[in-house]
Design a protein around this ligand. Structure first.
Ligand code: CS2
Length: 547
């Protein structure tokens, strides 16, 4: 597909940049970078530099640098999907604003920790070199659930052409490096034998592929230890990522032309020198709108195409298992711990689970914003029931956390009317999110002999969202999901979107629960759970008839 280079808005205003930054920082209500961006060098490579990274890890990283005075933790941000981020940030020397919006106040600060942006379709070698550089110590990732290219069984999807292309490239790179090492023998010193073999690497197309190729480049370049830190909302995210990397190496050994011994050597190095800590990340970051950019421009006097908007709350819990140096994130408010799992489970099941419930039920009911959805008494009560009746009984409270108080604090965060977080944004990629956010809770409750009724309501919301494709008043709802076609086709076997009625509920729920990418057998085949989903789907579909 063609490279999307459309700037967010083509205009002539001056942009935020190193040149305009000082002036911007003197504006009332605006805070400049906490460290001088000109002094900062890259020590972190981040894969997936979307709004979330810019409002979360990049902010923690800058605050940590400000606390210690270290200048070696700048970020090279990599954008896999589109070149838009390059257009947003490169003309701005990596600078962008974070507009923090509380219920009744807002503030703007400029972040300078992103020191470069790369788009692998054109600059794969630059990214591989950065991962290989001895000055880099951490690779972080926010590539979204689907960016991990796992198949329905949770293992690396080897039928994905992008993944296969990267594995072929990896094998070529390993072979090229070995051949070069043989040709040059001992004549050539370390740096030359280990440096880049190909001038322009084959463009990387998948996050896992790019990461594994980067690891191979690092192993060749001297093999300094590296920490790979996933910051996505996956269950046991570090272990999942480590598993996917291992599966990529298994598959690479089988690629035609691969030298299994070389691949084995790489695997041994990864095992010995790379760690994959688990993390829990939290901050609500809606998609930036043109209104947000205009408001920021009014405050700063310059145009900021890289602007992000976020709630005041931010949290980062990181498993303390680093292979080498790291920023002092704990000085910026992050929690370093031996065990992230209790935090991660509580956050994914409570925050993200309730978010998804509000997203599906809310968008069907015609609520544009999460804040509108949680202000609807019926939905608020469903959200509370999910939190208190279904999820909390499945959790072990992380130390120092009162789960009931946490539940209330989440509902308050969702109610922030100034944030503008849309239900459709949270509703996207449901096939990837449901298993993590709803079904893990359901499995635990069913195993304990209880039917989680609010989870069933959330699942029914998703089924109706997919099948009807519109709000109760007839506004279209876009299904944005990696398996959208398949989901739509499954639902249409039962009824066309504009004909689906309460009488279809049972057949529809059975058909959707049969989608194996989403529902494991123990949930699909549980009659009590299915009945509960059917009952909720019937009620939701009846809502369409009333309008
Ligand atoms: C949301 C998350 O879009 C979504 O699915 O549930 O992005 C959520 O806002 C963050 O995880 C909050 O930390």
């Amino acid at each position: 597909d063609p490279i999307d280079r459309t700037p967010t808005t083509p205009r002539a205003s001056r942009r935020l940049s190193l040149d305009t930054c000082r002036e911007v920082s003197q504006r009332p209500g605006v805070t400049g970078p906490a460290v001088d961006p000109r002094a900062v060098t890259v020590g972190i490579v981040h894969l997936g530099i979307g709004a979330f990274h810019r409002a979360h890890q990049a902010v923690f990283t800058e605050d940590a640098a400000a606390a210690t005075g270290e200048t070696r933790w700048g970020i090279l941000g990599v954008t896999q999907r589109s070149a838009t981020v390059v257009e947003q940030l490169v003309p701005q020397d990596g600078l962008y604003g974070v507009r923090t919006v509380g219920t009744d106040s807002s503030s703007l600060r400029v972040i300078g920790s992103v020191r470069g942006v790369a788009y692998p379709r054109e600059e794969t070698q630059r990214v591989l070199d950065a991962i290989a550089a001895p000055t880099t110590h951490v690779v972080t990732l926010t590539v979204t659930e689907k960016g991990y290219t796992a198949g329905p069984d949770g293992r690396l999807d080897l039928s994905d052409g992008d993944v296969r292309g990267d594995l072929d490239a990896l094998v070529g790179e390993i072979r090229g490096a070995a051949a070069l090492a043989r040709q040059t023998g001992t004549e050539v010193q370390g740096a030359a034998t280990t440096h880049v073999v190909v001038e322009d690497a084959v463009p990387a197309r998948s996050a896992i592929g790019l990461l594994v190729r980067g690891l191979a480049a690092r192993a060749r370049a001297g093999g300094e230890p590296l920490t790979v830190l996933t910051c996505d909302n996956l269950l046991d995210n570090g272990h999942v990522l480590e598993g996917l990397v291992g599966q990529a190496l298994d598959a690479a050994a089988g690629v035609t032309g691969a030298d299994p011994e070389q691949v084995e050597r790489l695997r041994a190095w990864v095992h010995a020198s790379v760690t994959f800590p688990c993390t829990m990340v939290d901050r609500i970051v809606p998609a930036t709108t043109e209104d947000d950019r205009a408001a920021a421009e009014a405050a700063t006097g310059v145009r900021d195409e890289g602007l992000v908007v976020a709630e005041p709350f931010m949290q980062w819990v990181i498993e303390d298992r680093f292979a080498g140096p790291r920023p002092a994130w704990e000085l910026a408010g992050a929690t370093l711990t031996d065990d992230v799992a209790p935090f991660e489970r509580a956050k994914l099941r409570m925050l993200n689970g309730t978010h998804s419930l509000l997203a599906y039920l809310g968008s069907i009911a015609g609520h544009r914003l999460i804040a509108d959805a949680v202000a609807d008494p019926a939905l608020l009560s469903a959200a509370r029931s999910l939190l208190l009746d279904d999820v909390i009984p499945t959790l072990v409270a992380p130390e120092g956390l009162d789960l009931a108080a946490y539940a209330e604090s989440l509902l308050e965060r969702f109610a922030n009317p100034a944030l503008g977080h849309t239900t459709t944004q949270v509703a996207m990629d449901g096939s990837k999110k449901l298993p993590i956010r709803f079904l893990a809770t359901a499995a635990d409750r069913l195993a304990a002999g209880a039917v989680p009724d609010a989870v069933a309501q959330g699942v029914a919301g998703w089924v109706v969202f997919v099948a009807a494709g519109r709000t109760v008043t007839g506004e279209p709802l876009r299904l944005d999901d990696p398996i959208a076609d398949e989901l739509r086709a499954a639902a249409a076997e039962v009824a066309a979107p504009d004909e689906v009625a309460p009488a279809h509920a049972e057949a529809l729920v059975r058909r959707m629960l049969a989608v194996e990418q989403v529902f494991p057998a123990e949930i699909r085949d549980h009659a009590g759970f299915r009945d509960a989903v059917v009952a909720h789907a019937e009620r939701l579909l009846a809502g369409y008839a009333q309008h």
